[in-house]
Design a protein around this ligand. Sequence first.
Ligand code: NDP
Length: 282
Amino acid sequence: MSATLMDGRAVSAAVRDKLALRVRELEAEGVKPHLAVVLVGEDPASQIYVRNKERACEKLGIRSTVLRLCAECTQAELEDTVRKLSADPQVHGILVQLPLPRHLDATPVIALIDPRKDVDGFTPVNAGKLLNGEKGFVACTPGGVMEILRHYDVPICGRNAVVVGRSNIVGKPMALLLLAQNATVTICHSRTKNLAQMTRGADILVAAVGKAGFITADMVKPGAVVVDVGINRVNGQVVGDVDFESVSEVAGFLTPVPGGVGQMTITMLLKNTLDAARLQMK
Ligand code: NDP
Protein backbone atom coordinates (compact mmCIF):
# COMPACT_ATOMS: atom_id res chain seq x y z
CA MET A 1 0.00 0.00 0.00
CA SER A 2 1.40 3.38 -0.96
CA ALA A 3 -1.42 5.68 0.19
CA THR A 4 -1.31 7.49 3.52
CA LEU A 5 -4.43 6.58 5.47
CA MET A 6 -6.48 9.48 6.77
CA ASP A 7 -7.54 8.25 10.19
CA GLY A 8 -11.08 9.41 10.98
CA ARG A 9 -10.82 8.01 14.51
CA ALA A 10 -7.80 10.18 15.30
CA VAL A 11 -9.36 13.31 13.77
CA SER A 12 -12.60 12.60 15.61
CA ALA A 13 -10.81 12.18 18.95
CA ALA A 14 -8.93 15.46 18.46
CA VAL A 15 -12.16 17.34 17.63
CA ARG A 16 -14.07 15.75 20.54
CA ASP A 17 -11.34 16.83 23.00
CA LYS A 18 -11.96 20.42 21.93
CA LEU A 19 -15.73 19.94 22.13
CA ALA A 20 -15.43 18.64 25.71
CA LEU A 21 -13.94 21.99 26.71
CA ARG A 22 -16.81 23.80 25.04
CA VAL A 23 -19.34 21.66 26.96
CA ARG A 24 -17.67 22.70 30.21
CA GLU A 25 -17.77 26.36 29.17
CA LEU A 26 -21.49 26.11 28.44
CA GLU A 27 -22.12 24.33 31.75
CA ALA A 28 -20.22 27.06 33.58
CA GLU A 29 -22.70 29.48 32.02
CA GLY A 30 -25.61 27.35 33.26
CA VAL A 31 -26.47 25.65 29.97
CA LYS A 32 -26.59 21.88 29.42
CA PRO A 33 -26.73 21.34 25.65
CA HIS A 34 -29.70 19.19 24.68
CA LEU A 35 -30.20 17.17 21.48
CA ALA A 36 -33.61 15.69 20.65
CA VAL A 37 -33.70 12.78 18.20
CA VAL A 38 -36.95 11.70 16.55
CA LEU A 39 -36.96 8.02 15.61
CA VAL A 40 -39.89 6.56 13.70
CA GLY A 41 -40.34 2.79 13.50
CA GLU A 42 -37.93 -0.07 14.14
CA ASP A 43 -35.46 0.04 11.24
CA PRO A 44 -32.46 -1.88 12.68
CA ALA A 45 -29.77 0.35 11.13
CA SER A 46 -31.55 3.50 12.37
CA GLN A 47 -31.79 2.01 15.88
CA ILE A 48 -28.02 1.44 15.88
CA TYR A 49 -27.26 4.94 14.56
CA VAL A 50 -29.51 6.52 17.19
CA ARG A 51 -27.97 4.46 19.99
CA ASN A 52 -24.48 5.52 18.84
CA LYS A 53 -25.56 9.15 18.84
CA GLU A 54 -27.01 8.81 22.35
CA ARG A 55 -23.78 7.24 23.62
CA ALA A 56 -21.61 9.92 22.00
CA CYS A 57 -23.75 12.66 23.57
CA GLU A 58 -23.60 11.03 26.99
CA LYS A 59 -19.82 10.65 26.80
CA LEU A 60 -19.36 14.34 25.98
CA GLY A 61 -21.88 15.61 28.56
CA ILE A 62 -24.63 16.53 26.10
CA ARG A 63 -28.17 15.65 27.17
CA SER A 64 -29.99 13.58 24.57
CA THR A 65 -33.63 12.63 24.36
CA VAL A 66 -34.99 10.09 21.88
CA LEU A 67 -38.64 10.48 20.92
CA ARG A 68 -39.82 7.15 19.56
CA LEU A 69 -42.84 7.09 17.29
CA CYS A 70 -44.38 3.85 16.07
CA ALA A 71 -43.87 2.79 12.43
CA GLU A 72 -47.59 3.46 11.73
CA CYS A 73 -47.56 7.05 13.03
CA THR A 74 -49.21 9.62 10.78
CA GLN A 75 -47.59 12.53 8.96
CA ALA A 76 -49.57 14.88 11.22
CA GLU A 77 -48.31 13.18 14.40
CA LEU A 78 -44.72 13.36 13.22
CA GLU A 79 -45.03 17.00 12.17
CA ASP A 80 -46.66 17.85 15.50
CA THR A 81 -43.74 16.26 17.36
CA VAL A 82 -41.19 18.28 15.41
CA ARG A 83 -43.24 21.49 15.79
CA LYS A 84 -43.27 21.04 19.58
CA LEU A 85 -39.52 20.41 19.72
CA SER A 86 -38.89 23.50 17.61
CA ALA A 87 -40.89 25.58 20.09
CA ASP A 88 -39.34 23.99 23.21
CA PRO A 89 -36.71 26.32 24.72
CA GLN A 90 -35.15 23.35 26.58
CA VAL A 91 -34.18 21.70 23.28
CA HIS A 92 -31.14 23.08 21.40
CA GLY A 93 -30.79 20.57 18.56
CA ILE A 94 -33.31 18.48 16.62
CA LEU A 95 -32.56 15.51 14.41
CA VAL A 96 -35.11 13.42 12.55
CA GLN A 97 -33.53 10.04 11.87
CA LEU A 98 -33.79 9.11 8.18
CA PRO A 99 -35.01 7.17 6.32
CA LEU A 100 -38.63 7.45 7.45
CA PRO A 101 -41.17 4.68 6.77
CA ARG A 102 -42.44 4.88 3.18
CA HIS A 103 -45.82 6.45 3.97
CA LEU A 104 -44.14 9.51 5.52
CA ASP A 105 -42.71 12.48 3.60
CA ALA A 106 -39.47 13.77 5.13
CA THR A 107 -39.35 17.11 3.26
CA PRO A 108 -42.19 18.94 5.09
CA VAL A 109 -41.05 17.43 8.39
CA ILE A 110 -37.50 18.72 8.01
CA ALA A 111 -38.83 22.13 6.99
CA LEU A 112 -40.54 22.39 10.40
CA ILE A 113 -37.25 22.23 12.29
CA ASP A 114 -36.27 25.63 13.64
CA PRO A 115 -33.17 26.47 11.50
CA ARG A 116 -31.33 27.46 14.70
CA LYS A 117 -31.83 23.88 15.96
CA ASP A 118 -31.12 22.19 12.62
CA VAL A 119 -28.02 20.23 13.67
CA ASP A 120 -28.19 18.04 10.55
CA GLY A 121 -28.13 21.11 8.28
CA PHE A 122 -30.99 19.70 6.20
CA THR A 123 -33.56 22.51 6.42
CA PRO A 124 -34.07 24.65 3.30
CA VAL A 125 -32.76 27.64 5.28
CA ASN A 126 -29.41 26.05 6.10
CA ALA A 127 -29.09 24.35 2.71
CA GLY A 128 -29.74 27.78 1.14
CA LYS A 129 -27.16 29.45 3.37
CA LEU A 130 -24.55 26.95 2.21
CA LEU A 131 -25.48 27.72 -1.39
CA ASN A 132 -25.18 31.46 -0.73
CA GLY A 133 -21.88 31.11 1.11
CA GLU A 134 -23.46 32.28 4.40
CA LYS A 135 -22.75 30.83 7.83
CA GLY A 136 -25.22 28.17 8.92
CA PHE A 137 -25.44 24.55 10.00
CA VAL A 138 -23.60 22.25 7.60
CA ALA A 139 -24.64 18.62 7.00
CA CYS A 140 -22.56 16.41 9.29
CA THR A 141 -20.99 13.97 6.83
CA PRO A 142 -19.61 16.51 4.32
CA GLY A 143 -18.69 18.75 7.26
CA GLY A 144 -16.72 15.82 8.67
CA VAL A 145 -14.94 15.27 5.35
CA MET A 146 -13.80 18.90 5.38
CA GLU A 147 -12.43 18.42 8.94
CA ILE A 148 -10.43 15.39 7.78
CA LEU A 149 -9.01 17.32 4.81
CA ARG A 150 -8.13 20.22 7.13
CA HIS A 151 -6.48 17.88 9.64
CA TYR A 152 -4.25 16.38 6.96
CA ASP A 153 -3.44 19.80 5.44
CA VAL A 154 -4.86 18.80 2.07
CA PRO A 155 -4.63 21.82 -0.23
CA ILE A 156 -8.03 22.54 -1.79
CA CYS A 157 -7.77 25.95 -3.43
CA GLY A 158 -7.40 25.61 -7.21
CA ARG A 159 -7.45 21.80 -7.14
CA ASN A 160 -9.80 19.68 -9.22
CA ALA A 161 -12.36 18.04 -6.94
CA VAL A 162 -14.77 15.40 -8.20
CA VAL A 163 -17.73 14.33 -6.08
CA VAL A 164 -19.46 11.14 -7.19
CA GLY A 165 -23.03 11.34 -5.85
CA ARG A 166 -25.48 14.24 -5.74
CA SER A 167 -27.75 13.53 -2.77
CA ASN A 168 -28.98 16.42 -0.66
CA ILE A 169 -27.33 14.99 2.45
CA VAL A 170 -23.87 14.16 1.08
CA GLY A 171 -23.02 14.88 -2.57
CA LYS A 172 -24.46 18.37 -3.05
CA PRO A 173 -23.33 19.91 0.26
CA MET A 174 -19.92 18.23 -0.22
CA ALA A 175 -19.52 19.90 -3.61
CA LEU A 176 -20.56 23.28 -2.20
CA LEU A 177 -18.11 23.04 0.70
CA LEU A 178 -15.25 22.24 -1.68
CA LEU A 179 -16.34 25.09 -3.96
CA ALA A 180 -16.37 27.46 -0.98
CA GLN A 181 -12.70 26.54 -0.47
CA ASN A 182 -12.04 27.45 -4.12
CA ALA A 183 -11.73 23.97 -5.59
CA THR A 184 -12.86 23.48 -9.18
CA VAL A 185 -15.70 21.07 -8.56
CA THR A 186 -17.34 18.47 -10.79
CA ILE A 187 -20.39 16.55 -9.58
CA CYS A 188 -20.95 13.12 -11.10
CA HIS A 189 -24.03 10.91 -10.84
CA SER A 190 -25.71 7.90 -12.39
CA ARG A 191 -26.22 9.66 -15.75
CA THR A 192 -22.63 10.89 -16.04
CA LYS A 193 -20.92 9.76 -19.21
CA ASN A 194 -17.29 8.63 -19.14
CA LEU A 195 -17.22 8.58 -15.35
CA ALA A 196 -13.72 7.11 -15.12
CA GLN A 197 -12.37 9.91 -17.32
CA MET A 198 -13.94 12.45 -14.93
CA THR A 199 -12.65 10.80 -11.76
CA ARG A 200 -9.15 10.40 -13.22
CA GLY A 201 -8.98 14.20 -13.45
CA ALA A 202 -9.55 14.57 -9.72
CA ASP A 203 -6.89 15.78 -7.31
CA ILE A 204 -9.54 15.23 -4.63
CA LEU A 205 -12.07 12.46 -5.24
CA VAL A 206 -15.07 11.97 -2.96
CA ALA A 207 -17.12 8.80 -3.39
CA ALA A 208 -20.70 8.97 -2.07
CA VAL A 209 -22.42 6.44 -4.27
CA GLY A 210 -23.69 3.64 -2.03
CA LYS A 211 -22.11 0.85 -4.09
CA ALA A 212 -19.44 -1.38 -2.57
CA GLY A 213 -16.02 -1.09 -4.22
CA PHE A 214 -17.38 1.13 -7.00
CA ILE A 215 -14.25 3.29 -7.39
CA THR A 216 -11.40 1.15 -8.67
CA ALA A 217 -7.70 1.95 -9.16
CA ASP A 218 -8.10 2.70 -12.89
CA MET A 219 -10.50 5.53 -11.96
CA VAL A 220 -7.99 7.29 -9.71
CA LYS A 221 -5.21 9.71 -10.62
CA PRO A 222 -1.88 8.61 -9.07
CA GLY A 223 -1.32 10.53 -5.84
CA ALA A 224 -4.92 11.77 -5.56
CA VAL A 225 -6.67 12.36 -2.24
CA VAL A 226 -9.54 9.85 -2.11
CA VAL A 227 -12.36 10.18 0.43
CA ASP A 228 -14.67 7.20 0.82
CA VAL A 229 -18.06 8.19 2.24
CA GLY A 230 -19.77 4.89 1.41
CA ILE A 231 -21.11 2.52 4.03
CA ASN A 232 -22.13 -0.81 2.50
CA ARG A 233 -22.72 -4.13 4.19
CA VAL A 234 -21.28 -7.08 2.29
CA ASN A 235 -21.32 -10.56 3.85
CA GLY A 236 -21.67 -9.06 7.31
CA GLN A 237 -18.77 -6.65 6.77
CA VAL A 238 -18.86 -2.89 6.37
CA VAL A 239 -17.08 -1.72 3.23
CA GLY A 240 -16.87 1.59 1.41
CA ASP A 241 -17.58 2.77 -2.14
CA VAL A 242 -13.86 2.59 -2.90
CA ASP A 243 -12.09 -0.66 -3.70
CA PHE A 244 -9.60 -0.23 -0.88
CA GLU A 245 -7.12 -2.87 -1.95
CA SER A 246 -6.47 -1.54 -5.46
CA VAL A 247 -7.00 2.19 -4.80
CA SER A 248 -4.62 2.22 -1.83
CA GLU A 249 -1.84 1.35 -4.32
CA VAL A 250 -2.56 4.42 -6.47
CA ALA A 251 -3.95 7.17 -4.21
CA GLY A 252 -1.73 9.53 -2.22
CA PHE A 253 -4.19 9.77 0.69
CA LEU A 254 -7.20 7.61 1.42
CA THR A 255 -9.87 7.28 4.12
CA PRO A 256 -10.52 3.69 5.22
CA VAL A 257 -13.95 2.18 5.84
CA PRO A 258 -14.55 1.65 8.70
CA GLY A 259 -12.44 4.19 10.57
CA GLY A 260 -12.72 7.08 8.14
CA VAL A 261 -15.58 9.45 7.39
CA GLY A 262 -18.17 7.53 9.44
CA GLN A 263 -16.33 8.46 12.62
CA MET A 264 -16.64 12.14 11.80
CA THR A 265 -20.37 12.24 11.15
CA ILE A 266 -21.39 11.91 14.80
CA THR A 267 -18.57 14.20 15.87
CA MET A 268 -19.93 16.95 13.63
CA LEU A 269 -23.40 16.34 15.04
CA LEU A 270 -21.99 16.96 18.52
CA LYS A 271 -20.24 20.11 17.29
CA ASN A 272 -23.42 21.39 15.65
CA THR A 273 -25.37 20.74 18.86
CA LEU A 274 -22.92 22.86 20.85
CA ASP A 275 -23.07 25.59 18.17
CA ALA A 276 -26.87 25.46 18.38
CA ALA A 277 -26.83 25.79 22.18
CA ARG A 278 -24.47 28.77 21.93
CA LEU A 279 -26.56 30.37 19.18
CA GLN A 280 -29.73 30.11 21.26
CA MET A 281 -28.07 31.76 24.25
CA LYS A 282 -27.66 34.94 22.21
P1 NDP B 1 -27.98 8.24 -2.29
O1 NDP B 1 -28.44 6.88 -2.69
O2 NDP B 1 -28.97 9.25 -1.86
O3 NDP B 1 -27.12 8.86 -3.50
C1 NDP B 1 -26.24 8.10 -4.24
C2 NDP B 1 -25.69 8.92 -5.37
O4 NDP B 1 -24.83 8.09 -6.12
C3 NDP B 1 -26.78 9.44 -6.30
O5 NDP B 1 -26.56 10.80 -6.60
C4 NDP B 1 -26.62 8.58 -7.55
O6 NDP B 1 -26.90 9.24 -8.76
C5 NDP B 1 -25.15 8.24 -7.49
N1 NDP B 1 -24.91 7.01 -8.23
C6 NDP B 1 -25.54 5.83 -8.10
N2 NDP B 1 -25.07 4.94 -8.99
C7 NDP B 1 -24.12 5.58 -9.71
C8 NDP B 1 -23.28 5.20 -10.79
N3 NDP B 1 -23.34 3.98 -11.32
N4 NDP B 1 -22.42 6.11 -11.27
C9 NDP B 1 -22.36 7.36 -10.75
N5 NDP B 1 -23.14 7.77 -9.73
C10 NDP B 1 -24.00 6.90 -9.22
O7 NDP B 1 -26.88 7.98 -1.17
P2 NDP B 1 -26.30 8.98 -0.03
O8 NDP B 1 -25.73 10.19 -0.67
O9 NDP B 1 -27.27 9.12 1.05
O10 NDP B 1 -25.13 8.06 0.52
C11 NDP B 1 -24.04 7.66 -0.29
C12 NDP B 1 -23.21 6.66 0.49
O11 NDP B 1 -22.70 7.28 1.65
C13 NDP B 1 -23.98 5.44 0.99
O12 NDP B 1 -23.11 4.32 0.97
C14 NDP B 1 -24.32 5.79 2.41
O13 NDP B 1 -24.50 4.66 3.24
C15 NDP B 1 -23.09 6.55 2.81
N6 NDP B 1 -23.30 7.50 3.88
C16 NDP B 1 -22.34 7.52 4.84
C17 NDP B 1 -22.42 8.39 5.89
C18 NDP B 1 -21.33 8.38 6.88
O14 NDP B 1 -21.54 8.79 8.01
N7 NDP B 1 -20.12 7.96 6.50
C19 NDP B 1 -23.58 9.28 6.06
C20 NDP B 1 -24.49 9.26 4.94
C21 NDP B 1 -24.35 8.38 3.91
P3 NDP B 1 -28.40 9.73 -9.17
O15 NDP B 1 -28.62 10.98 -8.36
O16 NDP B 1 -28.29 10.00 -10.62
O17 NDP B 1 -29.33 8.63 -8.79
